[in-house]
Ligand binder design. Structure first.
Ligand code: SF4
Length: 381
C-alpha cells in the first residue's frame, strides 16, 4: 500500500497509488530520530501532501474536517432534482484531454487544489439524501477526476449498493487505471460503467488525451467489462474536424464486444465549450449533431439518440436550497479553494465557494452570486 522513493531533495511516500506525502530529506532524517516512520508520515506537520497524478495539494475531507459534502461542484454529493445522485469522491485526473470541460489534468491552468473524501463520511451523507428521496436511486460516481484513482473505490461501490434506496450504481471512467481484479471484485455491486473512448487510432488518441494514452489496455478493459456482469456504455466525445472518422469505428467496436446489455451501448457526446473548460476551434450545431446520429442509427441499427428515460431517470423532490442569491453572510474560510482565487466557507451546513484573496482561517463577508442545483458561489464584499 505504501511505496517510498527519493525525488531531488525530498523523501516521498506514495500511499495507495494516489496520496504523495513529501518531506525535505533533512527534516525527515531529524524526525526519524524521535519517531517511527509511520508516526512521521501520519502526524508530522512538516509534510506536503500531493495528488500523485496532478502534483497539486491534496486535501482530505472527513467528518472531522467539518467541510459539508453538499454545496461544492468538485467533491461530495450533488442532487439535481432526479432519482440520480452524483457521488464525487475525489478530484484530479491522470489524463489531460484537449476538450476537458473542467480543465483537469496536470497541465491545468485553473486548478490549484485537489480533494479526497473519506469513504465512510461520503456513504453516511449519501444515505441521508437517498432516504430523503426514496427508493429506486441511481448512485452515479463521477467528478472532475478519474474516479478509479480513488483508493477506496471498491469500499465505496459496495457501500453504495448496500444502501436500501440504491437500485443502480454506475461510474464514469476514462478506463486507463482499471485492472481486471477491480472489475472482478466490483461485479456484484457495480451495474454500469460509462467508458469514454474517443479514438481507436493510437496517435490520434495521444493527441486527444494530451498524454501517452494506453489505447490497447483501454480496449481490452472495455471487452473485459462487456464480458462481465457489469453493463458497459461507451461514451465517445465527438470533436468536429478531429475524430469524425473515429465515431463509426467506435460504434462498430461497441457492438462487436457486446456493450449495452441492459442500457444503451453508446452515449455519443457532443463537444460543448464550457466556461472554465478547454476550448476547441470547431463546434457543431445541435441540429447537425442529432441529424448525423439519426443517420448512424439507421446505418448500424443501434439507439444513439438518448434521453434520461433510457436510463430510468425521473424527477424527484430535491433537497431544499438553504441559501439564496443576493444573501450576505460572514463566515470563516475553512479551506483553500479548487481554483486560483477561490476559498471554501461553510454556511448552514453547505460548502460555498467564495472568490476572495483572504487566507484560510480568516473571516470573510460575501454575497451569494450563484445558486444552481445546490451548488453555491459567493464573492467577497
Ligand atoms: S478524462 Fe475526463 S476529467 Fe480527465 S482530462 Fe479527460 S475529460 Fe477531463
Amino acid at each position: 500500500m505504501i511505496t517510498e522513493y527519493d525525488a531531488g531533495n525530498e523523501k516521498v511516500f506514495l500511499i495507495r497509488r494516489l496520496i504523495e506525502v513529501r518531506f525535505r530529506k533533512e527534516t525527515y532524517e531529524e524526525l526519524l530520530k524521535k519517531y517511527s516512520k509511520e508516526q512521521v508520515i501520519q502526524f508530522a506537520e512538516e509534510k506536503r501532501v500531493l495528488h500523485h497524478a496532478t502534483k497539486r495539494n491534496l486535501h482530505y475531507i472527513s467528518r472531522e474536517s467539518q467541510i459539508p459534502l453538499l454545496g461544492h461542484a468538485a467533491f461530495g454529493l450533488i442532487d439535481r432534482g432526479t432519482n440520480l445522485i452524483q457521488v464525487r469522491p475525489l478530484t484530479g485526473c491522470n489524463l489531460c484531454c484537449i476538450f476537458c470541460s473542467v480543465d483537469e489534468g496536470r497541465e491545468s491552468r485553473t486548478k490549484k487544489n485537489d480533494y479526497i473524501v473519506d469513504p465512510d463520511y461520503l456513504l453516511e451523507e449519501y444515505r441521508k439524501i437517498a432516504e430523503f428521496k426514496g427508493g429506486g436511486i441511481e448512485a452515479h460516481i463521477d467528478g472532475q477526476a478519474e474516479p478509479f484513482l480513488y483508493p477506496y473505490i471498491e469500499e465505496l461501490v459496495h457501500g453504495l449498493k448496500n444502501i436500501r434506496e440504491t437500485e443502480v450504481v454506475s461510474i464514469q471512467t476514462n478506463g486507463t487505471v482499471i485492472s481486471r481484479d477491480m472489475i472482478d471484485s466490483l461485479e456484484k455491486s457495480l451495474d454500469r460503467v460509462n467508458l469514454s473512448i474517443s479514438a481507436l487510432d493510437g496517435a490520434l488518441a495521444d493527441r486527444i488525451y494530451g498524454v501517452k494514452y494506453p489505447l490497447r489496455k483501454v480496449l481490452e478493459t472495455a471487452e473485459y467489462i462487456a464480458n462481465s456482469r457489469i453493463d458497459l456504455l461507451i461514451a465517445p466525445v465527438w470533436l468536429p474536424g478531429i475524430n469524425d472518422h473515429e465515431i463509426p469505428k467506435i460504434i462498430e467496436f461497441a457492438l462487436e464486444i457486446g456493450a449495452g446489455k441492459r442500457w444503451p451501448a453508446l452515449g455519443i457526446q457532443k463537444y460543448i465549450p464550457y466556461r472554465g473548460g478547454r476550448k476547441l476551434r470547431h463546434v457543431m450545431s445541435f441540429r447537425s449533431f442529432y441529424s448525423k446520429l439519426r443517420e448512424w442509427e439507421q446505418e448500424y441499427g443501434v439507439k444513439l439518440l438518448l434521453s434520461p428515460k433510457d436510463f430510468g431517470i425521473e424527477k424527484r423532490r430535491r433537497l431544499p436550497s438553504l441559501l439564496r442569491k443576493g444573501e450576505v453572510y460572514f463566515a470563516r474560510i475553512a479551506m483553500d479553494g479548487r481554483g486560483y482565487g477561490e476559498r471554501i466557507a461553510v454556511v448552514k451546513g453547505r460548502a460555498v465557494t467564495v472568490i476572495t484573496g483572504k487566507k484560510p482561517g480568516s473571516g470573510v463577508r460575501f454575497v451569494i452570486t450563484r445558486v444552481k442545483d445546490g451548488i453555491y458561489l459567493g464573492e467577497e464584499i
